[in-house]
Design a protein around this ligand. Structure first.
Ligand SMILES: [Zn+2]
Length: 720
């Protein structure tokens, strides 16, 4: 359910993104000076159909470094030309000129990020380690360019402001505050220190994620015999066997140390001893002592962040991070989380009681422990709702679900999707579709789909924008992609996915539609370039269409009989919709609260393990479960600044989501054309051209109300 932020086109946006996208270590690696630098296809303008397409067929890993260096140099020259312009600063010669700059770097970085995320290898990781500090320093060179900032400030204070369009006014505000937030107003000494902090942080972020990745890819639990596989479906057994083969381990199977291997094992394995072993391995990622332990790097990161926030005039890192978020300050975010927490933990108590009762009835002779939660939860689900996740899966074929996405896009967004074969792809698994407006036939953009897991591809699911829509200097259409990690079936066999996976497909497609619907002038404000605690709203909203009868009757077809999913099974899914919400909400909120509290602690020296223990004890964390991401493996927070003091965003967005879907249910339902039109006009098409709270009010006629979230999750509504 995580989105990889799109690469933005402009210089400023690239600076903002540098920390999130590029990883670094301080290891020196040999450079390949002999590589030719001439005629590097990565720096060339994109040519071909649809306004130009990424040259995936021409990528050589050895071209990345010279291409990035050439693109950074060109961008710095562009910025110098703007900063040293003799003419008085205007919107056109400063802000618009900045929007035009960085095009080459954007092109290079787009392709580069696909090789780091979808196609990684030792070669690519070595380049990443070398280039990340250079990219971080490059970003600081721009935000610390005094002549440039003086011009931006002059434009920001211009008396002409009222003559600009509202989008232009918003753009100037976004750019100006971005500079100030990055330290443009600091004196020379402090600027130098800030740049040091940013580069040190970049090093720590890389170390953190490499440690985590190391524990995830190198540790596993062996399944030696058929008895070790007890309870697993044939599909899970095959996957475990395939994992053993690919790791060259002599065992019937292995359970790898990743969520997609661990969660199904914890759900279905009858072997309590092995469940405990697998669970222990998974929750201790980054916390095992030795070279890959993350406990030393966490306090370093927190101290540097605290120092940076103070320097920039904020009491804590959390206050700095939330200034331009929809929540505005940590107090508002905490209020939401602490408001939901009691209902979530109360529900955990009920869930545990139900599970304990079932275990007692089976005469298991156990007390529910964290490694029992998923296993007994699944049993209670079957007993209470007669719902079998494996039965549901047989109706969810990957290809049909993809067609369901297109159907919803057609009905709600007025888009058509047509496969195209005249564009290069970076891997044979990738397919590309042209998106058009269904009514006018006008070209909208391209959608790349990379569904399958492979070595060198990061885990999870995400969306990218390869190019962002804009109307500035002529119309430019967008190129977006969805990425996931489904296990590829045998040739000719349907790939069956879980209900959760189908829901994630709709989620990521929601991000893609957000990009595709964009209708703005300037790239910095385009598509998904919105506040972190708002960006998950369009994507979470799309999840609602999966369970509509229109989708289920036409696309949830049995993989053998082709018959639609029976109404009785759908009713069971709906009845069980809020089942287990105690677990889901509590494990999420525990992480979100610890994240916020770590970043509200200021420059206090923190022992990560002790802080986590004390904070959870004070919150009254139920002992039967753990945080979704324990501190030493909390990549959202410590592998970049990305979601730091920002993990609350998922719930913040979900409050809006739950409230927004009410506009459909209060109308003619999920396919209400009038509500859909308003949704596109005020939410999906506007990017960051207006304040999100205002955009939402335009759509809904009022502010979002938290009650809808409580109802959606099956919790009692808080008394006011
Ligand atoms: Zn998302």
């Amino acid at each position: 359910m995580k989105m990889l932020f799109s690469l933005r086109t402009t210089t400023l946006a690239l600076i903002a993104m540098a920390a999130a996208i590029y990883m670094t270590t301080n290891n020196e690696i040999p450079t390949n000076a002999a590589e030719p630098t001439a005629a590097n296809p990565l720096t060339e303008k994109w040519i071909g159909p649809y306004g130009g397409i990424p040259p995936f067929d021409k990528v050589k890993v050895t071209d990345f470094k010279p291409a990035l260096e050439a693109a950074m140099a060109e961008n710095l020259k562009e910025i110098d030309d703007i900063a040293n312009n003799k003419a008085a600063p205007t919107f056109e010669n400063t802000i618009a000129a900045m929007e035009r700059s960085g095009a080459m770097l954007s092109r290079v970085a787009t392709v580069y990020s696909i090789w780091t995320d979808n196609m990684s290898s030792d070669d690519v990781q070595a380049i990443e380690s070398e280039m990340a500090p250079k990219l971080a320093a490059f970003g600081d060179k721009i935000t610390q360019n005094e002549a440039l900032f003086k011009r931006v400030e002059a434009v920001y204070n211009s008396p002409d402001k009222s003559k600009w369009t509202s989008e232009q006014q918003r753009l100037v505000w976004v750019i100006y505050t971005g500079f100030v937030r990055s330290g443009a107003k600091l004196g020379a000494e402090k600027k130098k220190r800030l740049s040091e902090i940013n580069q040190q942080l970049a090093g720590h972020f890389t170390k953190f994620s490499q440690n985590q990745l190391g524990d995830e890819s190198e540790l596993y639990v062996e399944l030696q015999t058929e008895a070790d596989m007890a309870g697993l479906s044939q599909g899970l057994k095959d996957a475990a066997a395939a994992a053993a083969t690919s790791k060259k381990v002599k065992a019937d199977g292995i359970i790898r140390n990743t969520r997609s291997s661990v969660d199904p094992f914890l759900t279905y394995s009858d072997r309590r001893d092995l469940r405990e072993k697998v669970w222990t391995m998974f929750v201790n990622r980054g916390d095992n002592g030795g070279a890959r332990d993350n406990n030393a790097v966490i306090p370093e990161i927190l101290q540097l962040r605290a120092e940076r926030a103070k320097m920039l005039g904020f009491p804590t890192h959390a206050h700095w991070r939330l200034e331009n978020a929809m929540a505005k300050n940590p107090e508002n975010a905490m209020k939401l989380m602490e408001g939901v927490w009691p209902a979530a933990t109360a529900r955990v108590k009920q869930e545990v009681a139900d599970m304990q009762a079932l275990a007692d009835k089976e005469k298991a002779g156990i007390t529910i422990e964290p490694w029992d939660y998923r296993y007994y939860m699944e049993k209670v689900r079957k007993a209470k709702y007669d719902l079998d996740a494996n039965e549901v899966k047989q109706y969810l074929q990957l290809d049909k679900m993809r067609d369901a996405l297109f159907f919803v896009a057609g009905e709600v967004f007025d888009f058509t999707f047509t496969p195209v074969t005249n564009v290069p792809v970076f891997h044979p698994d990738v397919t590309v579709y042209e998106v058009k407006n269904k009514t006018t036939g006008k070209h909208v953009g391209l959608w790349y789909f990379d569904p399958f897991a492979r070595d060198g591809k990061r885990s999870g699911a995400w969306m990218n924008a390869y190019r962002e829509q804009r109307r500035f200097d002529g119309e430019v259409s967008t190129i977006v992609s969805n990425n996931s990690n489904f296990v590829k079936g045998k040739p000719g066999e349907s790939v069956l996915i879980s209900w959760d996976d189908a829901s994630t497909m709709f989620h990521e497609f929601g991000h893609a539609l957000h990009g595709l619907s964009s209708n703005v002038t300037y790239p910095t404000l385009s598509g998904t370039n919105v506040a972190r605690d708002y960006v998950e709203f369009p994507s979470q909203l799309l999840e609602h269409w999966l369970s509509t009868p229109e989708v289920l009757n036409k696309y949830a077809l049995h993989y053998q009989t082709g018959k639609p999913i029976p109404q009785a099974l759908v009713s069971k899914i709906k009845a069980a919709a809020t089942f287990n919400e105690g677990f889901d909400t509590t494990e999420y909120l525990a992480s979100a609260l610890v994240d916020m509290k770590l970043h509200l602690a200021g420059d206090k020296k923190i022992d990560a393990d002790a802080f986590e223990k004390e904070t959870l004890a004070a919150l009254g964390m139920p002992k039967e479960l753990v945080m979704r991401h324990r501190t030493p493996q909390f990549g959202h927070v410590f592998s970049s600044d990305g979601y730091s003091a920002g993990y609350y965003s998922y719930m913040w967005s979900d409050v809006i989501t739950a409230d927004a879907f009410g506009a459909f249910t209060e109308g003619k339902g999920a396919y209400d054309k009038d509500v859909a039109k308003r949704l596109i006009k005020y939410i999906f098409s506007v990017g960051n051209t207006i304040d999100p709270a205002e955009g939402y009010r335009n759509f809904r006629g009022r502010d979002p109300n938290v009650d809808a979230l409580m109802i959606k999750r099956g919790f009692p509504i808080n008394k006011k």
